[in-house]
Design a protein around this ligand. Structure first.
Ligand code: GDP
Length: 445
């Protein structure tokens, strides 16, 4: 699906790697070409714009890793950007309700591959996850669709709800719910009716079925070959149905990939699976890392840069630990600390890791600590001269006024930062006094 894009991007990167040192202009030009490549792959314009803005920021803000060729760093920046565009590093697993049956509602236009995908999911859940699965077709207008699900069920050895003529979709939903409960099924997959175009009848029926069945997952199946139409369909469905995720079919086809690349950013919904063929086992968990890696086709380069940047972080951390053990803590080190906190997802991210967060959150809010503050404090420090960062004592009133103007804050905020720095520096000094034993204790060594 991404072949065209892969080809375009590799031309861009080949040209870059032909050069040793890259100027800002080289990087800018490369990103301009990446932009064109993404647009040609049919990625939605706002998504491309956002991607390029972030990539530019990363390219100028990135710590230079000397051991890595600049061109490779650009590859890594694009790789990271693609992962973000695709919804982050970790695949999003299916939610299974605590009380069985956990309902999975399948929605989508006719011909998108909905029924086949329902069977693919059922196969996966029953064979890989050892769940007891029941499937039911709600497509009362198309008896053939009901038959199709029953046939697929036989093929994959998953039960389907017996077909009774004359029942409405909501009747079938209720019957399926009670059959699943009585039969001790873990999962109930409901295949809703599809139409060839979006229409109100289909939407309100699906919404009613969702209300009755309270699905743990409402998945939209969309055909990746239809490009931006798939994205528009997803948006329209999401306005009427509380979707929880997307499945893109025909990833094995020669679509340009734009739908897959725009879906997440436009709808905010995670892509959970990719349909990769007509066979019932052709369903892949959507893994942003793997997809981004495949698009770039530069696995080695990415692994290399990732390793170098972890090494760099490690080396930095070790150097900082050494200086702290000597009781040294200047504003550059504080800025590094703040950057580290931002990397971990800011205050919100760090607090998310702590138990009993609610109370702490409140305290943090009362103390006026926020992600904005982290960024502001770093801006203040970066408006200082090297000498000032090393020796904050020289910061007389006139210097503070200059820094305030440069970083867009008032002098009081600079004073608060300096006070905070002094307290931290004092704490480190105290701990280093008994030969670093305080540190050893703190680190649990
Ligand atoms: P529905 O009308 O949305 O239920 O669509 P179907 O499940 O009947 O699928 C329509 C056609 O698309 C069938 O021939 C499927 O075999 C085919 N199909 C579904 N998913 C995929 C896929 O991921 N790749 C390919 N190549 N074909 C698919």
């Amino acid at each position: 699906m991404f072949d065209g894009l892969t080809e375009r991007l590799s031309t861009v990167f080949d040209r870059l790697s032909g050069r040793g040192v890259l100027s800002e202009k080289d990087v800018e030009e490369a990103l301009r070409e990446v932009r064109v490549a993404l647009l040609e792959a049919d990625v939605a314009l706002p998504v491309v714009k956002d991607f390029i803005t972030k990539a530019k920021e990363a390219a100028t803000g990135e710590a230079v890793i000397r051991s890595i060729r600049p061109a490779d760093q650009v590859v890594k920046i694009v790789y990271d950007g693609l992962i973000e565009m695709l919804g982050g590093e970790e695949p999003v697993p299916l939610t299974i309700a605590l009380n069985p049956p956990s309902v999975i509602l399948m929605a989508g236009l006719q011909g998108s591959g909905k029924t086949t995908t329902a069977a693919k999911l059922a196969l996966r859940l029953s064979k890989m996850d050892r769940k007891k699965v029941l499937m039911a077709s709600l497509d009362t207008r198309r008896p053939a669709a009901m038959e199709q699900l029953a046939t697929l069920g036989k093929q994959i050895e998953v039960e389907t709800l017996p077909i009774l003529a004359g029942q409405s979709a909501t009747d079938i939903t209720r019957r399926a719910m009670s059959a699943a409960k009585l039969g001790g099924y873990d999962i109930l997959i409901l295949d809703t009716a599809g139409r060839t175009t979006l229409d109100e009848g289909m939407m309100s029926e699906a919404a009613e079925i969702a209300r009755i069945s309270q699905p743990a997952e409402t998945l939209l199946v969309a055909d990746s070959l239809t490009g931006q139409d798939a994205v528009r369909t997803a948006k329209a469905f999401h306005e009427r149905l509380p979707l929880t995720g997307l499945i893109l079919t025909r990833a094995d086809g020669d679509g340009r990939g734009g739908a897959a690349l725009s879906m997440r950013a436009v709808t905010g919904l995670p892509i959970k699976f990719l349909g990769a063929g007509e066979k019932v086992d052709a369903l892949d968990v959507f893994d942003a890392r793997r997809v981004a890696g495949r698009i770039l086709g530069q696995g080695d380069v990415i692994a290399l840069v990732e390793k170098a940047s972890t090494d760099l972080d490690q080396a930095k951390a070790e150097a900082m630990a050494k200086r702290l053990a000597k009781g040294q803590f200047d504003l550059d080190m504080m800025s590094d600390q703040l950057a580290q906190m931002e990397k971990m997802g800011g205050m919100q991210g760090i607090m998310g890791l702590l138990p009993g967060v609610q109370k702490i959150k409140q305290q943090v809010a009362e103390a006026g600590l926020s992600d904005k503050m982290l960024a502001r404090q770093r801006a203040i420090i970066s408006s200082m001269t090297k000498a000032e960062r090393k020796k904050p004592d020289i910061l007389a009133a006139s210097r503070k006024r200059r820094i305030a103007a440069g970083s867009g804050v008032d002098v009081a905020e600079i004073n608060r930062l300096l006070k905070q720095h002094r307290q931290m520096a004092d704490a480190f000094k105290m701990m280093s006094r008994d030969g670093g034993k305080g540190f050893a204790r703190m680190a649990g060594m």
